[in-house]
Structures are given as C-alpha cells and as structure tokens.
Design a protein around this ligand. Structure first.
Ligand code: C2E
Ligand code: MG
Ligand code: MG
Length: 369
C-alpha cells in the first residue's frame, strides 16, 4: 500500500508514481544470485484534497480496501465512491448481523426437494435469510462472507442448524405422515474447522427431536482442498452417526474424479450451471450424463439443482431417477408457508398421474428469494 500525499494534480501525479513503481516490477528479480523471479505489484491508493478531515484509520482502511481490489482486478486501484459505499455497507452489515443473530432476524427458508419419479416431496434445503427491518431481505451470498470474515460463522451456522431442525420438527409434529422428510443444511469450511464440530453437532441433533437420518449437510469441494484429512475425519464421524453428507455445487470446483471415491459422502448435488438451459446445450447434457453415471457408479444419490422449466426437467428425466430442486417446483419458503405448501403438494400429486407443479406454484404466495 502506498500512502502518498501529492499536492497539485493529485490524480496525474499518482498515475506517474504508480507507473514508476510498476516499471520496477517489469524486470525479473535475482534471488540469491541463482534464481530469477517475476514479481507483480498491486497498488492501492487514496487521493484526498482534504487530509485534515481524515483520520489515520480512514486512510489505512481506504488504502487497504483499494489494494485488495487491485489484487483482484488489476495493478492499480484508487479508492473511490463506489468502494467507499461498499465498505460502508459491509461495516453496517457486520454490525447488524451481530444484532440480527441475537434477535432472530437471521433464519432459514426452506426449498422443497422432490423425487423425479412421481414428484413426491422428499425434503428441503435450508437457505439462510437475513430479514432486516430497514435494509430489507439480504441474501446469503452477501452476508455469509461477512460472517466468515468477522468471526461470526460459527454463531450463524449454529442458528441455521438449530432453526432448520426445529422447523422440520414443528412441521412433522403437525403432519406426522411426513416424518420421513429431511432437511439439508449448508456448512461452511470454517464451521467444520471448529473444535469438535462433529461431536457438538451430533449432540445438537439428538437434542432437537428429529432423527439423525433427517439431517443432511451440504459441503463444497473447497473443504477438501486445504484440509483434506481433518474434513474427511469429521464427516466420516458424522456419517457413522447416521447423518448424510451431500457434496454441493458439484462440477464447479476442482472435481478430481479419483478423489471423489475417497470422500465420505452420500449425495452429489449437480450444480445449477449445468442444468440451466441444458435443453439448448448439447455439451451441458453430456456433462450431466457423465456426472450422473459417475454418481451411480459410486452409489451416490443425485440431486439436481436449479430446475426452472419443463424442458430442463425433461433433460434430467432422460438420465434416470434422481431428486430435483428448483424454482420450477418452488422457491425457498419461510417456515410459516410449509404446512400449506405440503397440503397443496400432496393434493396436486394425488389428483394427477403426471403431476404438474404449475397449479401449486400459481396458488403460492411466493416470497422473493
Ligand atoms: P447453494 O447451497 O448452492 O443453494 C442453492 C442456491 O440456488 C440458493 O440461493 C437458491 O435459492 C438458489 N436456487 C434454487 N433453485 C433455483 C432456481 O431454479 N434458479 C435459480 N436461479 N436459483 C435457484 P441462495 O439462497 O441465495 O444461496 C446462495 C448460496 O449461499 C448457497 O448456494 C450456499 O452456498 C450459501 N448459503 C445459503 N445458506 C447458507 C447457510 O446457512 N450456511 C452457509 N455456510 N452457506 C449458505
Ligand atoms: Mg446448498
Ligand atoms: Mg448448490
């Protein structure tokens, strides 16, 4: 990071200074005389005409965040209004998330998962939502990284785990005929790295009143890249206790086929990117078929994510039996809508030999996800 206070034409001087620094990095460096290294520099800068109004903290935070952006997007980044707004929102979110976790503003929504044969409801994926009275509905894509970076991931994870299991328990207490439904909860790498994650979770399930077999955990491949041994050991312990493990977003990560065999998993979730417009894209169909056959070969259950229309559904059906999840069936729903969804779903299914979710979807008062 460069803290540099120019006087006249600060932006022009800054550019000159930065290209001077970058030139240094255009040549290789000789390390201990025998190896040559090519290094790159990323420069974050902050320009101000009113230094008196800035605190040291303002300056270092601004420069730090510009440098972080420079590392991702290019060699030089000058702190600007857009970055400033993003930073302000992030700081606010961090503060509000603390409060939100304590006051029940963060909760799981439940997205139905159905069988391809007969479209019977088999379970739900729990998806975290932050319902803020002023900021509105905030998506996990935004607040999960904030929780991870500010040490709140364990708390967030526990809230979602606890509420997902409690939600399923309340639902199946009211409708005992649905006792076989499961809830599938996303787990962050940071949660799995916490002290005795598996042991704590097993105690949590046993205290929740749902069967261990009614809980699934969704993990991503990134988990296995850095901490393979620890991750495998924790997941194996959970599996031995009867909790199912699903590998989420399959196909988007490092997916080495040989290592797949070594992972303690039961379910493969095929990423939405292969499902979307698969009916228009032969290469996606080929990938879907390969992944499907591979999963069957390894005796893994398959769940396809992100089905939005009938054409995509037809492609998946041509592969063989699996479970299905996507807006075509339902968006993620707040807990209070699950009872009605279930009743309507069962009614729709029993009336129809080949059930169409359209009638149910149009009768749903769907929330935005
Ligand atoms: P994911 O686990 O792959 O979840 C599926 C995402 O796809 C969800 O987005 C869901 O709402 C969305 N989706 C489902 N069906 C469709 C469809 O037909 N079309 C489209 N366009 N999207 C669909 P969401 O809820 O925004 O979650 C995004 C990601 O955030 C999740 O991806 C998951 O990685 C993460 N996440 C969500 N909740 C939690 C949580 O409690 N803990 C952790 N660690 N991560 C979470
Ligand atoms: Mg998931
Ligand atoms: Mg996924």
């Amino acid at each position: 990071s460069v803290h540099w206070a120019g006087r006249d034409n600060p932006h022009e001087q800054l550019q000159l200074e930065c290209s001077r620094i970058n030139q240094i990095f255009n040549q290789p460096f000789h390390v201990r005389g025998d190896s040559t290294q090519l290094l790159t520099a990323s420069i974050g800068a902050l320009v101000s005409t009113d230094w008196e109004s800035l605190t040291v903290d303002d300056v270092s935070k601004g420069v730090w965040s510009a440098e972080k952006t420079a590392r991702q997007t290019g060699k030089v980044c000058v702190y600007n209004q857009v970055l400033h707004k993003a930073n302000q929102r992030r700081l606010k979110l961090e503060k509000e998330l603390h409060r939100g976790l304590e006051t029940g503003m963060v909760k799981p929504y439940f997205q139905p998962i159905v069988s391809s044969s007969g479209h019977e409801l088999v379970g739900f994926e729990a998806l975290a939502r932050f319902e803020h009275p002023q900021m509105g509905m905030i998506s996990p894509g935004e607040f999960v990284p904030v929780a991870e970076q500010s040490g709140m991931m364990s708390d967030l994870g526990n809230v979602i785990l606890r509420e997902s299991m409690a939600g399923l328990k309340r639902l199946t207490d009211k409708q005992p005929e649905n006792a076989s439904l499961y809830v599938s909860v996303n787990i962050s790498v940071l949660q799995l790295m916490s002290e005795d994650f598996a042991g704590n979770l097993i105690r949590m399930v046993d205290g929740s009143g749902i069967a261990r077999g009614s809980l699934r955990l969704e993990v991503t491949e990134s988990l296995f890249v850095e901490n393979m041994d620890h991750a495998v050991q924790q997941l194996a312990q959970l599996r031995a206790a009867g909790i199912r493990i699903a590998l989420d977003d399959f196909g988007t990560g490092y997916s080495s086929l040989s290592y797949l065999r070594r992972l303690p998993i039961d379910v493969l979730k095929i990423d939405r990117s292969f499902v979307t417009r698969s009916h228009e894209d032969e290469s996606n169909v080929a990938i879907l078929r390969t992944v499907y056959d591979l999963a069957r070969e390894l005796s893994l259950e398959v769940v396809a994510e992100g089905i939005e229309n009938l054409q995509e559904l037809n492609v998946l059906n041509s592969l063989g039996p699996m479970s299905l999840q996507g807006y075509y069936f339902s968006k993620p729903l707040p807990e209070k809508m699950l009872g009605d969804f279930l009743s309507a779903w069962v009614k729709g299914n029993s009336k129809n030999a080949s059930p169409s979710p359209d009638s149910i979807r149009s009768s749903q008062n769907r929330p935005s996800s």
